[in-house]
Design a protein around this ligand. Structure first.
Ligand SMILES: Nc1ncnc2c1ncn2[C@@H]1O[C@H](COP(=O)(O)OP(=O)(O)OP(=O)(O)O)[C@@H](O)[C@H]1O
Length: 500
C-alpha cells in the first residue's frame, strides 16, 4: 500500500535573476526598434479600454471585481465556441520551440480569453519562460501559430516583430532604467510629439499644457534634475524591450504623456515617488514601477514572468493580489508564468499546468485542484493522499474503507474499469474528517505527527497495517499525539489507472 505524498514544487533559485538580465540583452539585440521605445503610429495595435479613473492612494488600485470572482467563475463568463472550447483572444496552436537540438516546447496549444488572467504553472525548466518569449516574438518557433485578436503574429513565414505585437512585459527583477526617475521609467514606452516631448498624443489630437504635479515630468523639470552619468545609458539594454513598446492610447483622448505617467503612478500607489531614482525603491516598489511601465502604452496582452518571485513572502502575497485586481480592473488580458501553485490558484482565471514542454491540463483553478488529470498534476498543485485501491461498482476499496469514487481515466480510454481492477486512489488532505473514536462509521487511526502551520496543520495518522495518511485539520480541532480518532472522507475519492 502506498502512503501519502506531498511533493512540493522546486523553490526558486538565484539563477533566474542573472538569466533575466542576459535575456534582456539578447532581447535588445533581437528587437532594435524597441530600443528607443518609439515606433510609427501605424504599427500600433488599438486596444480599446475604458477610461482609467485616477485616485490618490497608497496602494495599487484595481477594479470593482474582487479576487475570486474570476477565478471561481462566478462573475466572469468567458465566451465559448459551440463545442465548448473557450474563445481565445490569444490563440496558440501546436507550438513547438527548440534551442538547437533541444526540444523545449512540444505541440503547445492554449487559448487565452479576452480580459482573463491565465497562469502557466510548472516546475523549473519545463519551458514556461520559453513559451512567454515565443508569444512575445523574442524566439523563432519550429512550428505552430500564435494569433492575437485574430491576427497572426507567429506562423509559417510570419514573425511579427516584438515591438509590433502590442504586448507589455513585466520581468522578475523589475529591470528599471537606473538613470531615469520613477516617472520617466513609467513613461518610457509612451511616444512623444516633436513639438513637446511631454505630450502623449495620437495624430490629430490637440496638444495641451501640463502643470502642478506634472511639472516634475516636463522637459524643464527634468533639466533641473541631475543627469545620469553618460556610461549608464547603455543599461537600457537591461530593461524589458516590450515595456518600451508604445501602443495606441484610446483615440479621441487627449492625454498628455505626463498625465498618463501620473495616472499610472497613482494606480500603483507611487504618486509621491515619481521623482525618485530606482535605486531608492524597495523591491516591491520597483515591481510596481515595472508593472506601470508595461501598462502605460495600454498593451493588448500583458506577459508577466514570475514578477513576484524575488519578493519576500509577505510582500509577494500582498502585491500579487493587488496586481491581479488591477489587471482585472483594467480588463487586461494577461499571461503569468509561475512555479508557485498557490500564486496560480489564487490569482488566475485559468491555469495551464506544464511539464516537460507540454501542457498537461488547462482549466479553472478548481478544475486543476479538484479534478487533476493525473497524479503528477495532483501532486504539483497541492498536497495529496495516495492509496492503492480496488475498483468496485463506482467505489474504491482502500485503506480508508469503501469510498465513493470518480473514475479519472483518460476520456478516450473508455468508461470506468471492470470491478476488481487495481487503481490509484487520490484524496486531498482536507477531504479527510476527524471524529470521536466511539463513532461507528469511519476508519480507526492513531495520531502520530503534527506539522503545525498556525491556521491549520497537516496531521499524520497511522491506520491498521501501518499505513500513514495525512489530514489537514483546522488549528482549534487539532488532536494530540497518541489520540485515537475515526477518519472519514467528505467527498468522492479520485481513482486513476495504475499506469497513469
Ligand atoms: N537559450 C537557451 N539555449 C539552450 N537551452 C535553453 C535556453 N534557454 C532555456 N533553455 C533550456 O530550455 C528549458 C526550458 O527553459 P525555460 O527557461 O523556458 O524554463 P522555465 O520553465 O521558465 O524554468 P524556470 O522556472 O527555472 O525559469 C531548460 O531546460 C533550459 O535549460
Amino acid at each position: 500500500m502506498a502512503g501519502d505524498r506531498t511533493p512540493r514544487p522546486a523553490r526558486h533559485c538565484d539563477r533566474r535573476t542573472a538569466r533575466g538580465h542576459l535575456g534582456h540583452e539578447r532581447i535588445a539585440s533581437d528587437a532594435p526598434a524597441a530600443a528607443d521605445g518609439y515606433i510609427n503610429a501605424r504599427d500600433r495595435v488599438v486596444e480599446p479600454h475604458g477610461p482609467v479613473r485616477v485616485r490618490r492612494c497608497g496602494a495599487i488600485r484595481g477594479g470593482a471585481r474582487a479576487r475570486g470572482d474570476g477565478a471561481r467563475g462566478t462573475a466572469v463568463r468567458h465566451p465559448r465556441h459551440s463545442k465548448g472550447e473557450l474563445v481565445g483572444w490569444v490563440t496558440i496552436e501546436t507550438l513547438s520551440v527548440s534551442y538547437g537540438d533541444t526540444h523545449v516546447l512540444e505541440d503547445v496549444s492554449l487559448r487565452i480569453p479576452r480580459g482573463s488572467l491565465v497562469a502557466v504553472l510548472g516546475p523549473s525548466g519545463c519551458g514556461k519562460t520559453t513559451l512567454l518569449r515565443a508569444v512575445a516574438g523574442l524566439l523563432p518557433v519550429t512550428s505552430g501559430t500564435i494569433r492575437v485578436g485574430g491576427r497572426l503574429v507567429t506562423g509559417p513565414g510570419v514573425q511579427r516583430a516584438p515591438e509590433k505585437r502590442g504586448m507589455g512585459w513585466v520581468p522578475q527583477d523589475a529591470s528599471l532604467f537606473p538613470h531615469l526617475s520613477v516617472g520617466e521609467n513609467i513613461g518610457f514606452g509612451l511616444p512623444r510629439t516633436k513639438q513637446n516631448d511631454d505630450l502623449y498624443c495620437e495624430p490629430g489630437e490637440a496638444s495641451g499644457r501640463v502643470g502642478g504635479l506634472l511639472a516634475g515630468l516636463t522637459r524643464r523639470g527634468r533639466a533641473n534634475r541631475a543627469r545620469p552619468a553618460a556610461g549608464l545609458a547603455g543599461t537600457a539594454a537591461h530593461a524589458s524591450p516590450l515595456a518600451a513598446v508604445p501602443i495606441s492610447p484610446d483615440r479621441g483622448r487627449q492625454t498628455s504623456r505626463a498625465a498618463r505617467i501620473i495616472e499610472l503612478a497613482t494606480m500603483v500607489g507611487l504618486t509621491e515617488l515619481v521623482d525618485r531614482a530606482p535605486s531608492q525603491l524597495s523591491g516591491g516598489q520597483a515591481q510596481r514601477v515595472s508593472l506601470a511601465r508595461a501598462l502605460a502604452p495600454r498593451p493588448g496582452l500583458m506577459l508577466l514572468d514570475e514578477p513576484f518571485a524575488a519578493l519576500d513572502p509577505l510582500l509577494r502575497s500582498a502585491l500579487r493580489t493587488e496586481v491581479a485586481a488591477l489587471l482585472r480592473g483594467q480588463h487586461n488580458t494577461s499571461l503569468l508564468v509561475t512555479h508557485d501553485q498557490e500564486e496560480a490558484l489564487s490569482l488566475a482565471d485559468f491555469v495551464a499546468v506544464m511539464r516537460g514542454g507540454k501542457i498537461l491540463q488547462f482549466g479553472t483553478p478548481a478544475d486543476v485542484y479538484e479534478r487533476p488529470v493525473d497524479p503528477w498534476v495532483a501532486g504539483f498543485v497541492g498536497d495529496t493522499v495516495e492509496l492503492d485501491g480496488i475498483w468496485q461498482d463506482g467505489r474504491v476499496d482502500c485503506g480508508l474503507g469503501s469510498l465513493p469514487a470518480d473514475w479519472m481515466g483518460a476520456p478516450d480510454a473508455g468508461s470506468a474499469p471492470v470491478d476488481g481492477t487495481m487503481v490509484r486512489v487520490l484524496l486531498r488532505p482536507e477531504w479527510l474528517t476527524l471524529a470521536e473514536p466511539s463513532i461507528e462509521l469511519g476508519t480507526d487511526a492513531a495520531t502520530t505527527a503534527i506539522a503545525y502551520a498556525g491556521h491549520d496543520a497537516l496531521v499524520s495518522f497511522t491506520l491498521d497495517g501501518d499505513l500513514v495518511v495525512r489530514a489537514r485539520v483546522a488549528a482549534p480541532d487539532l488532536p494530540r499525539i497518541g489520540d485515537r480518532v475515526k477518519l472519514g472522507v467528505r467527498q468522492n475519492a479520485l481513482a486513476y489507472p495504475l499506469d497513469c
